[in-house]
Every structure is written in C-alpha cells, then in structure tokens.
Design a protein around this ligand. Structure first.
Ligand code: SER
Length: 597
C-alpha cells in the first residue's frame, strides 16, 4: 500500500472526508447502550443511532459521521489468535433519509481510491443476491460497475453474508455491500471468494442499506425512510494499509506488547503459546481500560457489563502469570493504553483514578483466588493423569468454582492446556443442583418467616414488576433493576436512572401501575431458556445465566420479565399502589419505596 496511515491519521482523514461531503461530525456514544436492553455493549457505530434510523429527526441533520468505541463479547475465548479483538473503533457515515445506494457507493469508492490511495484493481466487493423478502441488489452492483469495478470482482452473496443487523434483537437492518482488499495471495480453492477465511481477502468496509426493521415477533417491516449506515474498523484497516499481517503488529498494540515484553522478559513472535498469552493480555487490558474509563463506566461485578469486565481482567491476570510476570502489572499496561488514546478519548484521562483503583483491586483479589485454585488443580493433576479418562469431571470443575471461586472458563483453559476437556454437562448439573439447594433454602425462609402475610408480599412482588415496566415507559429503557427488597409492609426497588424523578414523573408512574391493576390482568408463567425469554421480549437483567432455563412471568399484555416468582394470579386482588418515597441510592441509582393499600 502506498498510504501507510496510522490509526490517528485514518480517523482524521475519514472524518475530514465526510465533513467535506456535507456530513456533520457527531461524538461517539458511551460503550454502555442507552436504549437497548438486549445487548451489553455498543457493538457498532449505528447502534446509538437506531432511534434516528427508525425515523426520529437527528438534531445534527441528515448526514452524519463519527468514530465510535465498540465492544463485541461474543468471542472473548477466540481472542489470542492474530486477528480477534474485543474492543475496536468503528468509523462511520450515515444518511438519515438523504442519499442512498448510489451516492454511498460513490463516497466509498472515492475515499478508498483517492484518500487511502488503494489501487482499484485490488478491490473486490460483495452485494446481496436477493431472497423472498428483498430483491437481488442490481442497483448496488451497477453503482460499483459505474466506477470501473469489473463484474468478476462483484460477488452476489446470500443473506448470511450480505445482510446486516439488527444490532440487538430488534431494530433496523438491510442488505449490505462489503468492500475487500485482495492481498494478492493465492486463492485457497475454486470457491475462494471475499469472505473466505483463508486470508486472501481482507474486509475493510461495509455499506448497509437500512430499509427494514426487525420486530420482536421476528417479522420484518419495510421502513418508509431509507437510511445508509457504513462501518470501517480502524484496527483492521490500518493493518492492511500498513501491510501488516495482524492488528497486533500495528502502532496501537506494539507499545503495549513492548510493555508486556519488558515485564515478562519474553519476546513476542518467537513462540506461539507465548504470543497467545501476550495478545490476550494486550487486548483484555485495552478493553478493560475502555470499560472502566467510559463516562458510564462500571466496576467489575457478577452481573451484566461488570461481569464481562471481571472476566476480561481475570483472564488478563492469568495470562500475565502464565508469562511469568510477578506482582501487579495491569496498572503499568493501562498507563500505556491511556497514553495511546488520550487525544481521541479524553474521558480516559478524566476517569484515570477510577480505572487504576478498580484494576488494582480486582487484580489483587483475583491473584489470591488464582493461586489457590491453580494450586488445587496442580494437586489433582497427578491423580488425573493416572486415570484413563482425559476429561475433568463436572464435580471437580464445580468444586474449583464453589470452593475456590475459580471461574469455569479458566478451569476449561487450564484443563485444555494439560490435554483435558471438562465435562460441561456434569458441571452444569452440579451447578444447577447447588442452585436448587440454595433456592429451596430461600423459599423455605420465605414461607417460614412470612407465612402469615405471604399474600401481601406476593402482591408487592407483582407490583414490583409493574413498577419496573412503568418506570421504563415513563423514564426510558435505560431503567434497569439494580435491587429489590420486599417486606410485608412495603416494596423497595433500586434502579438505574441518572437524576431525581420529578413530581409529575412519580405521579405518572403511580397512575400507570394503578390503571394496569384496574384492568384485572391475569398472571401467567412459562419456562424457557434465557435466550428464548429475550427473544420473546422479556426483561432480563442478569446476563450471566445464559443457557439456563428461566421462568418468565407475564402480567397480561403489560409486562414480561424473567423471575423466580411467586406472583398473584390476577391483579384484581392487589389493591391500590402508592409511591411513598423516591430518593438516591448511590451514584446513578435511584430508590423507590411503595406500598399496596
Ligand atoms: N453496522 C455495520 C457494521 O457493523 C456497518 O456500520 O458492519
């Protein structure tokens, strides 16, 4: 490539180019999505723009551009190879009901060939081949041809390749056109084409023609106002422009890797196992810094985003130890990451104290756990190796988890390193049995302690669901349950919301709950997996329970929520709902106390 841009240069050139084409630069959003309870992190530049793509007016107009921090956690375990990242930056430009395919492709072609100076003969593109819902994309294809891309480098591919979105479970989506650089390597076979994993073709940009909306029931509706959404990953693009085989060889990773080399005394690029650990450490530290340093940043915990953060930090620490690094080291590596991103992401500097404090706390806590767990594993190893089975029993994996707090993901990794697999089914069974025991303990307590008044507390529990729903309707979908505590006299509900509620909002919420109670709604319950529950539109906040069967309670057509129960049979028995108090609980968290009278 002629134009060996750095990340900082590419970011600037992209924004400048689209500003010169009458786009307005908007700032990137938080990594924690505002209005989408179906995913934990912002996964694409278009994600924060969903409401505008769906039709509301954007205050900055119809042509927008920006760079956006993104996290995709689908494949944390895949990080370690030369390509996967959990955090990346996406460049994007949008048309909100303004230009469509022809102009979007003209912009893309001009930017790639004039600004990035990519030789047009190296470009291949893909377009949607069509199906029952949407016709073959002849418009996109002829747009590419009009710029001189020959037919044989335009590939018509099916939905699994050339359809994008929605970003969460529902929302805007449409056919797309992806742009690839041909690295010039030999094709791996006759059917080698863009999208093939052999490495000949490298995807750098995606133009999505947002014309459809996926609904909660799985159907698609056509959008009246068509939009364009494009996304270019900075890390991948600079790697290809710089002629590097891996994103980890570019200037956004080499200083971090040098830091790891210095701390560990190991060298990157000599030995595959070492390289894997170095890449995991480099990626996970970077992502952790961005989660902690986000304006809505959060500390490691056992739920939601905090749980992902905890997993990332713990995996980083473990691989640091594997590389032979002693003492604490995350802070030193975080300093390097901060230095690299100070200019485009000033929030990191602003939240520096929080970043270092939380990293150090989790590192210390986990190092202790780890030492205990690894020691136990090593102790078991001779016995395990004597046996003929190369599978670690579910009971053993569970013991490591339960007694030593050793996460099963790490047991799996440790086991794999010694040639063992883990009996996953067995682990799940042991885990569920344990949960049943603790759950029946809790139920027992419920019955025993509150036997006389169980109708009252049950009704307050149903009221809690209705309150949750009403808060989300009145204040917005960012409202999420942070805690619930019910006594015979009142309910107490903690939820995320940045500011005190106004008198009117409190009244509105109270009225809404009472209106629904008056509808005499029946309460029904179904069992399903967490994934199915989410597909059915149920509110589910505790993300760590994937794969588990959960109960979903529906209050008529009003609310649907994953919950253990119990609930009343019909809202007619509940009485009148009244909010007594709305107050602060902690930073960003409000608390409501309410009664049924
Ligand atoms: N949303 C599309 C993507 O993530 C284009 O921005 O690829």
């Amino acid at each position: 490539m002629k134009n060996q841009l750095t990340a900082n240069q590419l970011r600037q050139k992209y924004i400048d180019f689209f500003v010169s084409k009458d786009h307005v630069q908007i700032s990137g959003a938080s990594l924690i999505p505002e209005n989408d309870p179906t995913v934990l992190f912002t996964t694409a530049g278009m994600h924060p723009l969903v409401p505008y793509i769906l039709g509301s007016d954007h205050p900055s107009g119809k042509r927008l551009t920006n760079y956006q921090k993104c996290i995709r956690t689908g494949d944390i375990e895949a990080v370690g190879d030369p390509h996967h990242l959990t955090f990346f930056e996406m460049l994007g430009n949008w048309s909100l009901g303004d230009y469509f395919k022809k102009e979007a492709i003209a912009f893309s072609y001009e930017f790639l060939t004039k600004v990035l100076e990519i030789d047009p003969s190296q470009l291949s593109v893909t377009v949607f081949e069509g199906d029952d819902l949407v016709p073959r994309d002849e418009i996109a294809s002829s747009a590419w041809m009009s710029h001189g891309i020959p037919q044989e480098r335009i590939y018509f591919l099916p939905r699994e390749d050339n359809w994008w979105g929605p970003a969460g479970e529902t929302g805007p989506c449409g056919p797309d056109s992806e742009m690839f650089i041909d690295t010039g390597r030999k094709a791996c076979g006759d059917d080698c084409r863009p999208g093939c994993s052999c490495g000949k073709y490298f995807e750098i940009w995606n133009d999505v023609f947002m014309g459809y909306k996926k609904n909660a029931d799985g159907t698609y509706s056509e959008m009246e106002r068509k939009c364009v959404d494009t996304g270019m990953g900075i890390e991948r693009t600079i790697a290809i422009l710089q002629g590097k085989k891996s994103v980890y060889e570019t200037e956004i990773f080499t200083p971090v890797i040098a830091g790891i080399e210095k701390l560990s005394g190991k060298t990157y690029g000599n030995d595959e196992e070492t390289d894997i650990s170095i890449r995991i450490l480099a990626d996970h530290v970077r992502t952790s810094v961005f989660i902690l340093g986000d304006p809505k940043g959060m500390a490691p915990s056992n739920v939601g985003q905090g749980y992902i953060l905890r997993r990332l930090i713990r995996r980083a620490v473990r691989h640091g130890h594997k590389l032979g690094i002693e003492g604490s080291f995350l802070g030193e590596l975080a300093t390097i990451v901060l230095g690299l991103y100070a200019q485009p992401y000033p929030e990191l500097e602003e939240n520096k104290e929080f970043i270092f404090k939380e990293l150090a706390a989790e590192e210390t806590k986990f190092s202790e756990t780890l030492q205990k767990g690894e020691r136990e594993f090593e102790k078991m190893l001779p016995n395990l190796l004597k046996g003929t089975s190369r599978q670690l029993s579910g009971r053993t994996a569970f013991k490591l988890y339960d007694t030593y707090g050793f996460p099963v993901e790490l047991t799996r990794e440790l086991a794999n390193e010694h040639g063992f697999s883990v009996d996953e089914e067995g682990f799940k069974a042991a885990f569920e049995k344990h949960q049943e025991i603790s759950r029946s303990g809790a139920e027992h307590q419920f019955k025993g302690g509150l036997a006389d008044h169980s109708d009252k507390t049950t009704a307050l529990h149903t009221a809690t669901h209705m309150l949750h729903k009403a808060l989300r309707t009145v204040l917005g979908e960012h409202v999420g349950q942070k805690g619930s505590n019910i006594t015979v006299d009142r309910l107490r509900f903690d939820f995320t919301h940045p500011s005190p509620m106004s008198k009117e909002e409190i009244q509105q919420v109270e009225d809404m709950v009472n209106e629904q109670i008056a509808r005499n709604l029946p309460i029904t319950v179904e069992s399903m997996t967490l994934e199915q529950a989410k597909e059915a539109g149920a509110i589910a906040f505790f993300e760590s329970k994937y794969g588990e069967q959960v109960k979903v309670y529906s209050i008529g057509d009003y609310s649907k929520e994953v919950c253990g129960g119990p609930h009343v049979e019909n809202t007619s028995s509940m009485g009148h709902f009244k909010i007594l108090k709305e107050q602060s609980s902690s930073a960003g968290i409000r608390r409501i106390k309410a009664i049924l009278e």
